[in-house]
Ligand binder design. Structure first.
Ligand code: BTN
Length: 337
């Protein structure tokens, strides 16, 4: 482990900083993933990088790793994820998983987080709806980015019978396809300076002024754990209707990073974004292209045209400098979802 430890679940409770409800987090984790552990670090390069490092070293137990500060936080598509202590919630959940189909996992994760942090859809314009910008972003309804999700996997040898890993984490037919998945989530908690971000940042306190990072984590963790297990068993399809209620792209003109544009028509049973283009209906998977709304919710002009492989896109808490990103080595096989 390369981070500065603040507290591990095996330490005495008195060592815990009061702000992080570690026993409650540990209880929530153990209820779903026996043998799992919770760690809160004062500082580390990236919680995703650390869990991927550990997985490559053979440590594949379920782990919730929280960092108060990341020195090399990573976003999707090689971007940086910038955050400062106390202003955001940054954590990764690592666990062995073998769903029949991985497609739609990031949507399932985003949906779970959105529904936890804003259980009721607002009946009026305020508070702003907490929605999803396909495939990995949490946005508020005014097109400001509240958070993002980075999911990576590493190859994994299934533990034997009696190892203590719950069998509900993988579909039996797909047992040989088990991987260690690292679900990294970053959420802006307090207001931040919008300068330097192509997508203006939102923060959780815009819609829940009383919420801090520990409270947000405690609220979202149990449903997230349940949601990941349900995804492993049933895939994304059963979540499609609920996703539609949070879909901030639906019905809007979007720009694809391959230069095409069209109108977003929701997502398919596999989580692929359906886009009606002049050439016909396209099903977009996140591996293919990135997507931006052509106009902001407020009706402003297009914010950016993304170019495949060299995105100038920036989220709320990631900057536009892909070169500065630390990408872990790829062996054994790892992949971003
Ligand atoms: C994105 O918006 O592109 C995804 C951002 C994901 C950021 C989180 S913060 C915790 C975890 N550790 C990382 O380095 N990244 C993820």
């Amino acid at each position: 482990m390369t981070g500065a430890p603040l507290h591990a679940a095996s330490d005495t409770a008195s060592a815990a900083p009061p702000a992080w409800p570690i026993p409650a987090l540990q209880q929530a984790l153990a209820a779903q993933l026996p043998g799992g552990s919770v760690e809160v670090l004062e500082r580390i390069d990236s919680t995703n990088t650390e869990l991927m490092r550990r997985a490559r070293e053979g440590h594949c137990a379920p782990t919730l790793l929280v960092a108060e500060q990341q020195t090399a936080g990573r976003g999707r598509l090689g971007r940086q994820w910038l955050s400062s202590p106390g202003d955001s919630l940054t954590f990764s959940l690592g666990l062995p998983l073998a769903p029949r189909d991985w497609s739609g996992l990031s949507l399932a994760v985003g949906l779970s987080v959105a529904e936890s942090l804003q259980p009721e859809l607002p009946a009026s314009a305020l508070p702003l709806k907490l929605g999803l910008k396909w495939p990995n972003d949490l946005w508020l309804a005014d097109d400001r980015k509240l958070g993002g999700i980075l999911i990576e996997t590493a190859s994994f040898v299934l533990p034997g019978v009696g190892s203590g890993f719950p069998s509900s984490l993988w579909a039996p037919a797909a047992a040989t396809a088990a991987r260690y998945v690292v679900i990294g989530i970053g959420i802006n908690i307090r207001p931040r300076d919008a300068q330097g971000f192509a997508t203006p940042p939102a923060c959780l306190q815009d819609i829940a002024p009383e919420m801090d990072a520990p409270a947000a984590l405690l609220r979202l963790l149990p449903p997230l754990l349940e949601g990941v297990q349900a995804f492993a068993a049933h895939g994304f399809a059963p979540l499609r209707t609920r996703y539609a209620a949070r879909d901030l792209l639906a019905g809007r003109e979007v720009l694809l990073s391959d230069g095409a544009s069209g109108v977003a028509q929701g997502v398919g049973a596999d989580g692929a974004l359906q886009v009606q283009t002049p050439a016909g209906l396209r099903a977009i998977t996140s591996a293919e292209v990135s997507v931006r709304p052509r106009t902001s919710a407020a009706g402003a002009a297009a914010v950016a045209v993304a170019v495949a492989g060299a995105l100038a896109d920036a989220g709320a808490a990631d900057d536009a400098d892909p070169a500065a990103t630390a990408v872990p080595p790829a062996a054994p096989p790892s992949k971003a979802i």
